[in-house]
Design a protein around this ligand. Structure first.
Ligand SMILES: Nc1ncnc2c1ncn2[C@@H]1O[C@H](COP(=O)(O)OP(=O)(O)O)[C@@H](O)[C@H]1O
Ligand SMILES: [Mg+2]
Length: 239
């Protein structure tokens, strides 16, 4: 089964209705993501990027179409099975970090492990490993997220995303709120994780960030309109 794709999206449509308003956020998107690849998605604001990522990440169900993760037809799963499957297979990184400020950094990173019934010491060990892999520092563990800089918070969020060894990391404009130096650290971390075999799908507006990935998907008006080969020499970390 090693040839199974990490993600296959087939003819996916998504319609949002509110009152008399109908928005076709996705209009028949098909794409696949190989295991171990690092792809980015670019497109204008409102083109459906977040909707597509949320559907690939099983946070939202398509109106029509299919989504396979690791060969599993996810539309066949019940809501409960879906939640458990998502917890094991997918890690998320968001533009605004989405950390919980009333919890410590350690507790934030451990969150995805809570449902797995691991002993406290085991959770802590996995959390520390993940934080180090994400380029973080153990001195942050007892702090609250809001005591850290944006770049540091994003490294904590990446640690939380990878702590459960997910098949796929999905990142929605992960450098969108960061200064260039912090963005560089975050992108370096993604490149390192990808070299270790982590599949990554990242939305970005920044061509210098997209150029660090292996392949760029272009989306417009809810449709995939093309692909672009990145120019590695124009990747942010080489600037
Ligand atoms: N929950 C929602 N309810 C209604 N419309 C939505 C919702 N989420 C997104 N949309 C609409 O769907 C379209 C695509 O949005 P989105 O996927 O967020 O685009 P992008 O991430 O590319 O900016 C936009 O027109 C947006 O207004
Ligand atoms: Mg978006």
């Amino acid at each position: 089964m090693s040839s199974t794709k990490a993600i296959v999206v087939e003819e996916v449509y998504k319609v949002y209705r509110s009152g008399t308003n109908v928005t076709w956020a996705l209009r028949g998107v098909s794409l696949s993501v190989d295991r171990g690849s690092f792809v980015s998605i670019m497109g204008p604001s409102g083109s459906g990027k977040t909707t597509l990522l949320n559907i690939m990440g099983l946070l939202d169900r398509p109106t029509r179409g299919r989504v396979y993760i690791d060969g599993v037809d996810t539309l066949r799963l019940s809501d409960r099975e879906l939640a458990e499957f998502r917890n094991r297979k997918i890690g998320f990184v968001f533009q605004t970090f989405n950390l919980v400020n009333r919890l410590t950094v350690l507790e934030n990173i451990e969150l995805p492990l809570i449902a797995r019934g691991l002993a406290r010491e085991e959770r802590r060990k996995l959390a520390v490993d993940a934080l180090l892999k994400a380029g973080g520092d153990v001195s942050w563990l007892s702090k609250r997220p809001n005591q850290l800089s944006g770049g540091q918070q994003q490294r904590v969020a990446i640690a939380r995303a990878i702590v459960g060894s997910p098949t796929i990391v999905l990142a929605d404009e992960p450098t969108g709120n960061l200064d260039t130096a912090s963005a560089r650290v975050v992108i370096k971390t993604f490149i390192e994780l990808n070299k270790l075999g982590q599949t990554i799908v990242m939305i970005t507006h920044n061509p210098e960030v997209a150029n660090c990935s292996h392949m760029i998907y272009l989306i417009r008006d809810g449709r995939l309109v093309g692909t672009m080969d990145p120019s590695p020499e124009k990747c942010l970390i080489n600037q």
